[in-house]
Ligand binder design. Structure first.
Ligand code: C2E
Ligand code: MG
Ligand code: MG
Length: 396
């Protein structure tokens, strides 16, 4: 059985006192500190990064009620268990419990407020939590391991669609690397890109990604799907003097026109001083008609002058300035500012992190050019892209 301290529990209730009480009862039962949320929206956001094993869910909440929250859980493919908590009468609680079970979500039971700790304990005691492998998120990989993985072809590309906001047309995809680890399963780039950069492996890694991505673009092109292919490049790539020729060669060999290839450079990495080689490579790539994109815009500190020094075609507004911009004024002002900089510099603008319909509607209202994010599609294996495109045509 999984250690109690490794079990992830979340409590969702709009009453702060109730959250305190539940936290205390579960701590007394030997569980690790639980995650508490006072509204459904925040809970769902947290769940994007980490899915709990058990959720204690209040049914009566002012914004998103418990039943609506369950519907989102189903969309998220939630695999954990649920305990319903509410002041509603027994009949109502049973009705909701039945509804939840119909979605194939495990319900351990329902609790009446005020919650009796013994009842909660009895409910949890009967439950056998899922067997889980030790968490891999925190694992740090070594340079040797990563070097071997690159050589063994353990890196695979996922692709996330980019669509035109006004027409819904699928413009292209971004290649996002994943490590198919023989023991740990799918490892996300956040866990190994830093290691690659620190150990001089990033140039090699990105070239491997790039070769795969161009072959994929070429295969799609032959099947009649003309898609822009966006690839993340780092300063080390741009510093190596043969990079522009390497890329030109690969594009020619696969028959993908440079105009269809977008090179994304993170804003945080761009400094125009001391970057002679990188600027030279960027200029050469631009002359060969590759498209240059400035990624995660808003997280770095580039000035307008610095931006003007590099001939970028596209600006990607960082997701922290996009998601929830419609309802949060502070986020909104950064979104607006980024959009206006892109327009002033004549760059095509892309909003990242479009997670919900509200985000999408804001882009429509403000005339943003392109969108990328979970609302449209999550990154997916190449084989899933054609099917997704069909369903997107039907949805839009
Ligand atoms: P990025 O280039 O800004 O890529 C977008 C990241 O945001 C991806 O994370 C994507 O899965 C995630 N994302 C997309 N839509 C949403 C959304 O609606 N909500 C949220 N919360 N996230 C969303 P991923 O794949 O984990 O990649 C993280 C970063 O790792 C990338 O950020 C990029 O900087 C880097 N990376 C990925 N592949 C490569 C690569 O081949 N080479 C290099 N050098 N870096 C890479
Ligand atoms: Mg990117
Ligand atoms: Mg980005």
């Amino acid at each position: 059985m999984t250690e109690k301290s490794a079990i992830r529990i979340m409590a969702l209730d709009d009453e702060p006192l109730m959250l305190k009480l539940l936290s205390r009862v579960l701590a007394n039962l030997g569980f690790a500190p639980i995650k508490t949320c006072d509204n459904g929206r925040a809970a769902l956001q947290w769940m994007d990064d980490e899915s709990p094993d058990l959720i204690l869910l209040d049914l009566n909440m002012p914004e998103m009620d418990g039943v609506e929250f369950v519907r989102h859980l189903v969309e998220h493919g939630y695999e954990g268990a649920l305990i319903l908590v509410s002041g509603e009468d027994e009949r109502m609680q049973q009705a909701v419990e039945k509804l939840v079970r119909a979605h194939k979500i495990t319900v351990l039971g329902h609790l009446h407020k005020p919650v009796a700790p013994e009842v909660l304990k009895a409910m949890i005691d009967k439950w056998s939590p899922p067997q889980r492998k030790p968490r891999v998120e925190q694992k740090i990989y070594g340079a040797d391991e990563l070097r071997a993985a690159i050589a063994n072809g353990e890196l695979v590309n996922y692709y996330q669609p980019k669509v035109a906001v006004a027409s819904g047309r699928v413009v292209g995809v971004e290649a996002l690397v994943r490590w198919q680890h023989p023991q740990d399963g799918m490892v996300l780039p956040g866990q190994f890109i830093g290691v690659a950069e620190a150990h001089g492996l990033i140039d090699e890694l990105n070239r491997a990604v790039l070769i795969d991505a161009l072959q994929q673009a070429s295969a799609w092109q032959e099947a009649g799907m003309v898609l822009q292919m966006a690839i993340n490049v780092s300063m080390d790539n741009l510093a190596s003097l043969d990079f522009a020729d390497f890329l030109t060669g690969q594009a020619a060999a696969t028959g993908v026109p440079p105009q269809q290839v977008v090179l994304e450079v993170a804003e945080g990495r761009i400094m125009t001083n001391n970057m002679r080689e990188q600027l030279e490579t960027l200029a050469r790539l631009r002359l060969k008609r590759f498209r240059l994109s400035i990624d995660d815009f808003g997280t770095g500190h580039s000035s307008l002058v610095q931006l003007r020094d590099v001939p970028f075609d596209e600006l990607k507004i960082d997701r922290s300035f996009v998601h929830r911009a419609a309802s949060d004024e502070a986020i909104r002002s950064k979104y607006d500012a980024s959009l206006s900089i892109a327009r002033r510099l004549n760059m095509e603008n892309v909003a990242e992190g479009v997670e919900e319909r509200d985000d999408w509607n804001l882009l429509r209202r403000t005339g943003c050019d392109l969108a990328q994010g979970y609302f449209i599609a999550r990154p997916m294996p190449a084989t899933s892209v054609p099917g997704w495109m069909q369903s997107w045509q039907a949805r839009k």
